[in-house]
Design a protein around this ligand. Structure first.
Ligand SMILES: [Zn+2]
Length: 514
């Protein structure tokens, strides 16, 4: 999902203060890797299937070219669900089905046109942000007025000054609050600006500039957040010129015509599910997946067609190898990820009763590059055991294992319940251009890299599901709450109303019972 605050260069969090732990660095405990735990022969066959017979790039080509952009709840996304279920069946997965749920409301992109009328006149390159509204039919013009993202609380107080204007969001000085609070308040500002009568807001990048040459990047502006005022992402070149006029004291006059459509009520969508049933403990489940939905400025290849195709490729490699793991591997193509991880949150709700039997989930959603690392979603207790497995993957490019929580994709709901939401970290330097942009097409994905990622996913899934000892069980609430706070997830979850643990895990209070 990679929400807009990630784009605030000044605010970007570079990490969580956890030192990356290199492989082989820790020899205290010697957990068993594939050479000792009996999984190696099966893994070798799966690797052979994955590298020699993969159809992952064929899957991605179909999804990109024949279905294309697939916004959750739209006909294209429904077509992708049918396609995903058909693929799972043809691969030979068992129990293939869809699991329906609804999102709060649907949205369809229409047109977005912009023009600067004075002091010069030319077209502006803009695209609407998801789940934002429309100008009056035929468009409207107004003077540009700037608001400072870093002082957004104050801007809300003086919001009446944006009436009849087009708002340009900028960043000046130092942030008045932490990034999560600012981003949550940005939503409050957009609501207030809409009510105050602003024509449109140039603020898709939260005051930052759009990355890449003449590219815009769409996206959602919160978890399940919609706004009546149209909010656009503008190319860096156009935005830069407007900012320079303002700095010189020249007020540009701008015209926008933005038309989008909301549904009146909730819309239906569905996760697509298929399994390889376990041979000894079929009731114990590892979830493996990526997200099937995408944005719509292009084909949704790198976000996250590549992940969906890697998931199907991983399933194919295991099924075709003829190996059946001890426990069940449940492949899930999530929808609703881009709107706020809705598919994975819906999964947690629908499978609450069997959550104690889950081992965690394994997700790939980092674009087009090769997988290089595994982030174990808060579970530091699992790092040594996992490292014993990952040691075997050095030839396949894996160099790092840590316990970082990845909150920008479908791993987060699993980490929230104390299960390892395992994220495959990828080296994708071009993702900043293809992410949510018009450049997110098949051209961006190299077939050999995709096949290797699918193979790595298959090996990891199989090893977790098949090793003699159960890999993980959910942590108790208190331990989970403490971990989430230590990994700085509390601020975001709290700001967006997703924190489930109240005061649990708070540092400052000494608990007399302990
Ligand atoms: Zn994604």
């Amino acid at each position: 999902m990679q929400r807009v605050f990630v784009k605030l260069a000044v605010l970007t969090v570079a990490g969580f203060g956890l030192a990356a732990m290199p492989l082989r660095a820790d020899n205290r405990a010697t957990p068993k890797g594939p050479d000792e735990d009996g999984t190696k022969p099966a893994l070798t066959r799966i690797a052979g299937e994955g590298m020699m017979n993969s159809h992952a790039f064929g899957f991605l080509t179909e999804l990109s070219d024949d279905i294309g952009g697939r916004v959750t709840g739209t006909p294209a996304e429904r077509k992708a669900e049918e396609w995903g279920a058909a693929k799972m069946k043809s691969i030979g997965l068992e129990n293939v089905h869809t699991e329906k749920y609804t999102i709060w409301r649907g949205w369809t992109r229409g047109t977005a046109e912009g023009e600067v009328l004075a002091p010069v006149r030319h077209r502006l390159h803009v695209d609407a942000m998801g789940w934002t509204g429309s100008t009056p039919a035929g468009g409207a013009e107004g003077d540009l007025v700037t608001v400072n993202m870093f002082d957004i609380e104050n801007e809300i107080k003086h919001v009446s000054r944006v009436k009849g204007k087009i708002v340009l969001v900028t960043t000046k000085g130092k942030p008045s609050k932490d990034e999560m609070s600012l981003f949550a308040m940005f939503g409050d500002f957009l609501k207030a600006a809409g009510s105050a009568g602003a024509i449109a807001v140039i603020g898709g990048q939260g005051g930052g500039r759009s990355t890449g040459m003449n590219l815009t990047h769409t996206g959602i502006l919160g978890f399940n957040a919609d706004f009546a005022v149209p909010v656009v992402s503008m190319s860096a070149e156009d935005q830069g010129q407007l900012e320079r006029f303002i700095e010189r004291g020249v007020t540009p006059r701008v015209r926008f015509n933005v038309q989008n459509t909301f549904t009146n009520g909730p819309v239906e969508t569905a996760n697509v599910v298929g399994e390889i049933r376990g041979r000894e403990h079929p009731e114990e489940i590892l979830v493996v997946g990526g997200h099937l939905d995408s944005w719509d400025l292009s084909e949704g290849t790198t976000d996250n067609g590549s992940g969906a195709a890697a998931t199907l490729g991983a399933a194919e490699a295991i099924v075709h190898s003829g190996q059946r793991p001890r426990r069940t591997i449940r492949f899930v193509l999530f929808t609703g990820e881009e709107e706020g991880l809705d598919g994975s949150f819906a999964y947690m709700k629908q499978h609450q009763a069997e959550m104690k039997n889950h081992l965690g989930n394994l997700v790939i959603d980092g674009g087009q590059g090769p997988a290089k690392s595994f982030h174990l979603g808060g579970r530091d207790d699992l790092v040594p055991a996992f490292r014993a497995f990952a040691d075997m993957l050095l030839n396949l490019g894996i160099t790092e294992v840590d316990d970082r929580v990845e909150s920008g994709t479908d791993t987060l709901p699993f980490s929230i319940v104390g299960l390892p939401g395992i994220d495959m970290g990828q080296d994708s330097p071009d993702y900043k251009y293809t992410h949510h942009s018009a450049a997110d097409a098949l051209e961006a994905q190299k077939p050999d890299v995709l096949a290797q990622n699918a193979t790595l996913m298959a090996l990891t899934a199989y090893w977790i599901a098949d090793r003699p000892e159960r890999f993980a069980s959910p942590w108790p609430a208190e331990r989970t709450a403490r971990m989430l706070r230590a990994q700085h997830e509390y601020e975001e979850l709290k700001a967006f109303g997703l924190w489930p643990y109240g005061e649990l895990g708070e540092e400052k209070k000494e608990n007399p019972q302990n």
